[in-house]
Design a protein around this ligand. Structure first.
Ligand code: COA
Length: 347
């Protein structure tokens, strides 16, 4: 790796829908209680799209804030990657963001990797910036958004899943930086476990693909509900996220000659799936809970690929004076048992 080439986050943006859905409100939909949800998940409320805002609004909203934060204009963006699982159509959400922003010089594509989509998208953006510089001598600025509208695929009669999920978007601008930056990334997947966390295939879509019919026929079809075997996913999430943190540090140490340990990490942004998962990951890694972001779970629930970048904005708003140079890790796990981690030094 070229030692002088540093690539990092230079701007952050978040967008959550206006409508809040509390645990108490969910008790009117399914047989549950605020006490059960808090004790088993830590969640107190979540935001959901209410019909006036769309997944595109969330994505563009977060992207615009990140660009403003970075001081970057649309024409400077050369690459747009959107981690998303709930766009469910083409052309990609990234191309519609490109259009909305007027980022006419950008390439654009979506990244589907379950709740780890943001990590995958950052890794791809980072690698592209690196190659463009080393191979072609070109500086590239990338926009990465993690967004999902899980409410679109929530079965509001399934108490085992509907209490967990929420909607939101978070974005970062990535480019070359003078100090700090991304030190290492690691990603993995295991599709053998796809049946434990998935969205159903829409029957009407199957029929339509055999004999294409009017679009309205598809749109009126039953939604592709999210299904999950919670206990098995819980156990796998803990093991995998612990492994990802260790692996990304090892990967960095092997290539840099440094010997960073878990104790050197200043802060962790885990995917906000469930407070109990995060607490168990912290315990297994022996990282104190005050070094781990957990507020997103409490107020937004599981926002899938948005949860990590939403966390960046939340922490920055609450602690604006945190010094540069901190060592941080992002770690995620999700459907397809796709997982990943990023080791970063904050510029
Ligand atoms: N309210 C009240 N009771 C509920 C409930 C709810 N919302 N959801 C399930 N229950 C009930 C079950 O029906 C079951 O009742 P029973 O004992 O009478 O059969 C009981 O609670 C225990 O169910 P179980 O599914 O074993 O609970 P759990 O302790 O595993 O907690 C989850 C359920 C979903 C909170 C937990 O499995 C989990 O967090 N899994 C990981 C989810 C996740 O984060 N996935 C995304 C990863 S990216």
């Amino acid at each position: 790796m070229r030692a002088d080439l540093r690539i990092g986050f230079v701007g952050y943006g978040a967008y959550v829908p206006e409508t809040t859905l509390t645990n108490e409100e969910l008790t009117h939909l399914v047989d549950t209680s605020d006490e059960w949800i808090r004790r088993r998940t830590g969640i107190q409320s979540r935001r959901i799209l209410n019909g006036t805002e769309t997944i595109l609004d969330m994505t563009v909203g977060a992207a615009r804030k990140a660009m403003l934060d970075a001081g970057v204009e649309a024409h400077e963006i050369g690459d747009i990657r959107v981690g998303v699982n709930t766009w469910m159509r083409f052309p990609s959400l990234a191309t519609q963001v490109q259009k909305a922003l007027g980022a006419t010089d950008a390439a654009a594509c979506d990244v589907s990797a379950g709740c780890s989509g943001f990590i995958y998208a950052v890794e791809e953006a980072y690698n592209k910036i690196f190659v463009e510089r080393v191979k072609y001598g070109r500086a590239l600025t990338s926009l990465v958004v993690g967004v999902d509208a899980l409410s679109h695929i929530t079965d509001w009669s399934d108490r085992g899943t509907c209490v967990l999920l929420g909607d939101g978007a978070g974005a970062v601008v990535i480019r070359e930086v003078d100090a700090g930056g991304i030190l290492a990334t690691h990603t993995h997947a295991d599709g053998n476990f796809g049946h434990l966390l998935y969205s159903e295939t829409v029957p009407v879509l199957q029929a339509a693909s055999a004999a294409p019919g009017p679009v309205q026929q598809i749109e009126k079809g039953p939604p592709a509900f999210l299904r999950m075997e919670g206990r098995k996913v819980y156990a796998a999430a803990v093991d995998t996220m612990v492994g990802e943190v260790r692996r990304v540090i090892e990967k960095y140490n092997q290539t840099s000659g440094e010997s960073i340990g878990i104790g050197d990490i200043d802060y962790v942004f885990p995917h906000q799936a469930n407070l109990r998962i995060v607490e168990m990951v912290a315990k297994r890694l022996r990282i104190p809970l005050d070094k781990i972001y957990t507020d997103g779970i409490v107020k937004y629930g599981n926002t899938s690929t948005a949860s990590i970048p939403l966390g960046y904005c939340d922490v920055r708003d609450r602690f604006p004076d945190r010094p540069p140079g901190r060592l941080e890790v992002d770690v995620a796990f999700g459907a397809g048992f796709a997982s990943g981690a990023i080791l970063r030094r904050v510029p």
